[in-house]
Design a protein around this ligand. Structure first.
Ligand SMILES: [Zn+2]
Length: 106
């Protein structure tokens, strides 16, 4: 059950999408069998878990300052569902618990 070798482009697509998409979805997009995508994904994840394993391994940060404007007027917001965790009173940006800006338009 050995298909043709992965092209550089396919490998790149996998690297780009792996952090946001499930292996199943990537496999469908590439038109590759789930198992080979899974194997390649495993390799990438072993090499660089911080980058490729979504959510689980991302570092949760404790923000005491706004990463963007540096203001210490940052409020912690309790939000049970994946929403903003921090809110900067100075620049009105919202951050999740990984210290990433949450785009309110999304
Ligand atoms: Zn700010």
């Amino acid at each position: 059950m050995r298909g043709k070798a992965w092209t550089e482009e396919e490998q790149m697509i996998l690297e780009e999408t792996l952090k946001d998409m499930s292996i199943n979805d990537v496999a469908k997009m590439l038109g590759r069998p789930y198992t080979t995508v899974f194997q390649n994904a495993q390799k990438l994840r072993e090499e660089d878990p911080d980058r490729y394993i979504k959510n689980k391994r991302r570092k949760v940060v404790e923000l005491t300052k706004c990463p963007d404007c540096g203001s210490s007027k940052i409020n912690q917001v309790d939000n049970m569902c994946q929403g903003a965790k921090y809110f900067c009173v100075n620049c009105f940006r919202e951050y999740n618990r990984y210290g990433e800006v949450v785009d309110p338009i999304k």
